[in-house]
Design a protein around this ligand. Structure first.
Ligand code: FPP
Length: 239
């Protein structure tokens, strides 16, 4: 992986909604699942490009709590793809200093795949080069409900709950909020992705389908980000 960047400022944490796999496949007369395979194949190059640009954490939206409503063959295909990807790529990701994290509900995921996920987290937990946070069986609303349940279970009192404390109860606890969210595939919505954490994220949408999103596209998104004026609800300090 290369290092160094030509940008004055890059996102510390980048989130990507990897949309458009199905349409990418359909445009080629292929079944949707081959689009997801194309999508998986694109994760590694984008991860490497992210390291090169100086990004420290990348969250990818791989499977949402709403995706269970897709046709059963597509759902089981996506489960198999994650399992296969862990099996094939884990050793190499580990050797390249990638720390894998998971954001999402474990319940509902098949036990064998749950174990593969736990093993991947355990193996890579001390790696520092980049965090690859995989949002799988993830929903922003489910995440908030799960946080509230845990807070009640832990017996916190109303006054104990601040925004910082609450954020630590989210699946992403310990990760800084995303600075930039990119959505491929041409839609302009968050689709329940990091809805708490993205409160002040910059947003970038491109019509490019995820399997075609490459380093040049990422560079364009980062250029756009660098030009944004992030005020976090304040007014700009005169220079
Ligand atoms: C949206 O494309 C994409 C998803 C449902 C999730 C993204 C999934 C991958 C990149 C592959 C799975 C990743 C792992 C790690 C298993 P879409 O199907 O909504 O595309 P469309 O909008 O063109 O139909």
């Amino acid at each position: 992986m290369t290092s160094g960047t030509s940008f004055r400022r890059v996102p510390y944490h980048l989130g990507i909604v990897m949309d458009g796999n199905g349409r990418w496949a359909q445009a080629r007369g292929m079944p949707r699942l081959l689009g997801h395979r194309g999508g998986v194949n694109n994760i590694r190059p984008v991860l490497e490009a992210s390291v090169g640009f100086g990004i420290k954490a990348l969250t990818i939206y791989a499977f949402s709590t709403e995706n269970w409503a897709r046709p059963p063959a597509e759902v089981s295909g996506l489960m198999k793809l994650l399992s296969e990807t862990i099996r094939r790529q884990l050793a190499d990701l580990h050797a390249n200093g990638v720390q894998i994290r998971h954001s999402g509900r474990m319940a509902g995921i098949e036990p064998g795949l749950q174990q593969q996920i736990r093993d991947a987290l355990e193996l890579t937990k001390n790696n520092q080069r980049i965090i690859l946070n995989v949002a799988f069986n993830y929903g922003g609303r489910a995440e908030i409900v799960d946080a509230v349940r845990q807070i009640i279970q832990d017996g916190l009192k109303p006054d104990d709950v601040s925004e910082d404390v609450f954020a630590r109860y989210l699946y992403t606890g310990g990760l800084p909020d995303p600075d930039l969210i990119i959505r491929t595939g041409g839609e302009y919505r968050l689709s329940n992705f990091l809805i708490w954490q993205a409160a002040y994220a910059e947003y970038y949408a491109t019509p490019t389908f995820w399997p075609d999103f490459d380093k040049e596209e990422l560079r364009r998104a980062l250029q756009d980000f660098e030009d944004r004026d992030r005020r976090f609800g304040k007014v700009k300090t005169p220079s």
